[in-house]
Write a protein that binds this ligand. Structure first.
Ligand SMILES: NC(=O)c1ccc[n+]([C@@H]2O[C@H](COP(=O)([O-])OP(=O)(O)OC[C@H]3O[C@@H](n4cnc5c(N)ncnc54)[C@H](O)[C@@H]3O)[C@@H](O)[C@H]2O)c1
Length: 284
């Protein structure tokens, strides 16, 4: 696939990684975030990652310069003009996403394809906030986006075949393996994985030690990482939002979010990113 101009909306954990993934595949990227703080953080993260690669001899200083020069940052949605594909990675909240897509629809090129990296919200609902629902679909990256091989492709009710084929080719071209997932909450991976993380949180609420739950799953089920370590890694708030998406989407009590998770989010114990979750990272 020839070099394209890609916009990524949101420069947080996922947006920054998706921008890196696209730039490494030689596409030009504009990463838009409304928060200057988030932009500065993303710049710092990318610098650190690439300096690490240079230090390990994986890439040269020149290659680092080339990739980083392909990523521009902006706090203006208007800067997505000229982009062929726009990938949204703003917080997992349907109203925020609908507002972002509605704005993008107004400022993006007529033929631009709008992608959501939602973990489980309805692509059809997001698409309905635009005048181009046929050009909207979901591409669910996993954290960390440059490392994780999988992306789930999710078509909304209105997504047309042309959009799907272009995005499928794009996803493969940036080095990902694809699976087609149904447009229901949680898609495939989170539908199976997140209720298990939720169940692990219930065990802690009932008095189990987090390390016992994680060790049990690592040693008894050969998991590379315990479910609570994983929750801290992706963010307790992100995991709870996905669980709420399953609960509200299927209206089934089997997806009831663990109340302990709600308390942790209220307390700001969001996992690694705030220094405290099921484990303490303040000194690490
Ligand atoms: N964290 C994960 O492991 C993971 C994995 C796969 C998918 N996702 C999904 O990716 C999306 C982003 O998650 P994240 O973990 O990167 O969140 P994050 O909080 O790290 O980043 C979100 C960014 O969006 C910015 N933002 C907020 N409102 C905005 C707006 N209106 N316009 C532009 N930027 C705005 C924020 O400043 C922030 O930098 C969510 O939908 C999430 O469900 C997350």
């Amino acid at each position: 696939m020839s070099k394209m101009k890609i916009a990524v909306i949101g420069a947080g954990l996922m947006g920054c990684g998706i921008a890196q993934t696209c730039a490494q595949a030689e596409h030009d990227v504009i990463n838009v975030d409304l928060s200057e703080k988030a932009i500065e953080k993303a710049k710092g993260t990318l610098k650190k990652i690439f300096e690490g690669k240079v230090a390990k001899g994986k890439i040269s200083l020149e290659q680092m310069g080339e990739v980083l020069s392909r990523i521009e940052f902006s706090n203006k949605f208007e800067d997505v003009k000229g982009c062929e594909i726009i990938i949204e990675a703003v917080p997992e909240n349907i109203q925020i996403k609908k507002d972002v897509f509605s704005k993008l629809d107004q400022v993006a090129d007529e033929n631009a394809i709008l992608i959501s990296n939602t973990s489980g919200l309805s692509i059809s609902e997001i698409a309905a906030s635009t005048n181009r629902p046929n050009k909207v679909m979901g591409v669910h990256f996993f954290y960390p986006a440059p490392v994780m091989k999988l992306v789930e492709l999710i078509r909304g009710i209105a997504t047309d075949n042309n959009t799907y084929e272009i995005i499928k080719k794009f996803a493969i071209d940036i080095g990902k393996q694809i699976v087609d997932a149904p447009e229901y909450p949680g898609f495939i991976v989170n539908r199976v994985l997140v209720p298990m993380q939720n169940e692990a949180a219930f065990l802690v609420m009932e008095g189990c030690k987090p390390e016992d739950v994680d060790n049990a799953m690592k040693l008894g089920a050969n998991f590379p990482m315990g479910p609570l370590e994983l929750t801290d890694f992706v963010g307790v708030d992100v995991m709870l939002a996905t669980m709420n998406g399953l609960y509200n989407g299927f209206k089934d009590s089997k997806y009831r979010p663990c109340p302990l998770l709600e308390n942790m989010v209220k307390a700001g114990h969001l996992g690694r990113k705030t220094g405290k979750g099921f484990y303490n990272y303040e000194n690490s």
